[in-house]
Ligand binder design. Structure first.
Ligand SMILES: Nc1ncnc2c1ncn2[C@@H]1O[C@H](COP(=O)(O)OP(=O)(O)OP(=O)(O)O)[C@@H](O)[C@H]1O
Ligand SMILES: [Mg+2]
Length: 513
């Protein structure tokens, strides 16, 4: 037995105490109030590898911290745990961390327990050393896991919310804060019931407890509306669960995914599908119309040819003269319709020419037959002083510009200003022609539709809704673009864009021709 000069006498009783001391599973020291060690148990010698002479009669500081920087002593002055144990006459403990050369860490808890004499003074102190590395490692692992879970919860793009039995919010991640518009701080004043439209929270709890609805305590993915702080209803997909502890409900947790974006994409997709269906339908209609128009064109030409011949040969004041005149007039109307149909289905190919963009403006204005339109409208021309050359089908482009001008007049109804503007970007060689009006603008819901064939807001007989859709097709065929540059209550600007033809190209063109 290593215990020498023990506190026990050599009686049976003392021997018994000595054996207990030695069989303690923690390395243990017994110290006097003057801090000298009077005994150490077997476990102590085993653990430290020290010999009795190195321990007995020494102070705790000497054997543990002899070579340490005194500044770092955990037992300096009144801060010393042993000192506290002696002065306060109660058990004290301290946890010491040691980092080893291989970076391993160990933790030891030193527990100091006073042994009091009959008058209540400290006669000895028992210091036991407990290796708490395992506990500490587990604790750290647990706290690491907790931190990780916290991070996972916080960084989740899904809103995560937990409420206690009373419905008070106990957890809310950032996504939930953003979704509901509350912060964790102000959410604790709100009951979970206020996170849903009236009655919904109760329904959720009922379904959660219902064994026939998903597993008991669990709500399968459900679509519903939540209510934000600003009283806005937002569609979400949610799952929820009751958290049980020892069979009792302690909290509920729920995960929310905002469905607004998904629904918006879905709607866009549906719209695109409808649009595709419509344009396919219109394209086949266009082909049919073109086919019919083409077939009718030949017989129509001969009707007109023979009709005109007959008219020439008919004697004056012939009773059928008038009938024949009507027949020819109507055949001519048919020819106009056929021409328009062919133009719409773009059976006519562009025949390109190089010309000055500014000329297009003047020519288009001249070609507008109904000059009455100009009566109350001021026409402003803002033409680029530098001549801009383009290579396009001038007749087709005139059609486009006339269409835009008539649309502008229609938008201004009785009076306003029509501005025709040309300019270019020297960098990428693009030429622009803009038609602006001071009309009421295109309502936002119509913006995506105005280039659709047959889309018109004009009364029956006034517009066919083909103007802009033809313009779109013509611009495409001429390697150009048409777009709404600006629209609002103060007016609309439609912009035509064409690649600029540079002089060297013109020369090249000229040399071939
Ligand atoms: N400058 C504009 N200001 C306001 N709305 C416009 C303007 N230009 C076009 N729109 C709107 O776009 C619709 C489609 O125009 P588009 O030129 O294709 O057909 P339309 O003018 O109605 O008929 P059409 O040109 O075949 O006679 C118009 O009915 C109108 O609602
Ligand atoms: Mg039009």
């Amino acid at each position: 037995m290593h215990m020498m000069n023990s506190i026990s006498s050599s009686s049976d009783m003392g021997d018994w105490k000595g054996r207990v001391f030695d069989s303690l599973s923690f390395p243990t020291l017994i110290l006097k109030p003057d801090r000298t060690i009077i005994a150490a148990n077997l476990k102590f010698f085993e653990r430290t590898g020290m010999a009795e002479a190195q321990v007995i009669g020494k102070t705790c500081k000497q054997i543990f911290f002899e070579n340490e920087d005194p500044e770092k002593f955990p037992c300096n002055g009144t801060n010393c745990t042993l000192h506290k144990c002696i002065t306060q006459k109660n058990a004290q403990s301290i946890v010491l961390k040691e980092v080893h050369s291989n970076n391993d860490q160990t933790w030891e808890e030193r527990v100091f327990s006073p042994i009091l004499n009959d008058v209540g003074d400290v006669s000895y102190v028992i210091e036991s050393l407990r290796d708490i590395t395992k506990v500490k490692t587990l604790e750290k692992k647990y706290s690491d896991v907790r931190q990780l879970i916290d991070k996972v919860v916080q960084s989740s793009v899904s809103g995560i919310l937990a409420a206690d039995r009373k419905g008070e919010i106990i957890l809310m991640n950032e996504a939930a804060e953003n979704l509901f518009g509350y912060t964790v701080e102000n959410a604790n004043k709100v009951n979970i019931e206020d996170f849903y439209p009236p009655g919904i929270a109760r329904k959720i709890m009922k379904s959660l407890r219902d064994e026939n609805y998903g597993e008991k305590g669990k709500l399968p993915v459900t679509k519903l509306n939540i209510l934000t702080k600003a009283q806005q209803e937002i569609p979400v997909e949610m799952t929820a669960a009751i958290i049980y502890e020892d069979g009792n409900e302690t909290a509920t947790a729920a995960i929310f995914n905002d469905l607004r974006e998904k629904y918006a994409v879905q709607k866009k997709l549906e719209e695109a599908e409808i649009q595709l269906y419509q344009s396919e339908k219109l394209a086949s209609l266009g082909r049919l119309a073109a086919g019919v128009a083409h077939e009718i064109n030949n017989p129509l030409t001969s009707i007109l040819l023979y009709g005109n011949l007959m008219q020439e040969k008919l004697e004056e004041n012939h009773p059928l003269e008038e009938n024949l005149k009507y027949m020819i007039e109507d055949a001519e109307r048919c020819r106009e319709i056929v021409k328009n149909l062919l133009a719409y289905s773009r059976q006519t190919r562009p025949s390109k020419d190089i010309f000055y963009l500014n000329d297009l403006v003047g020519e288009s204005l001249r070609l507008i037959r109904d000059q009455k339109l100009f009566m109350n409208v001021k026409v402003v021309k803002e033409l680029d002083p530098q001549q801009i050359l383009v290579n396009a089908d001038k007749n087709q482009l005139c059609q486009v510009v006339i269409n835009l001008i008539i649309n502008a007049f229609d938008a201004m109804e009785s009076s306003g200003t029509l501005t025709l503007r040309t300019h270019r970007t020297p960098e990428n060689g693009t030429a622009f022609l803009e038609v602006s009006d001071t009309g009421g603008g295109i309502p936002p819901e119509n913006i995506s539709k105005i280039f659709d064939p047959f889309f018109t807001t004009k009364e029956i007989g006034k517009g066919t809704g083909l103007g802009l859709s033809m313009a779109y097709g013509i611009m495409e065929e001429n390697q150009g673009k048409i777009s709404i540059e600006d629209t609002g209550p103060d007016g609309t600007t439609i912009r035509l864009e064409l690649p600029e033809e540079n002089v060297s190209n013109e020369f090249h063109f000229g040399s071939i021709g």
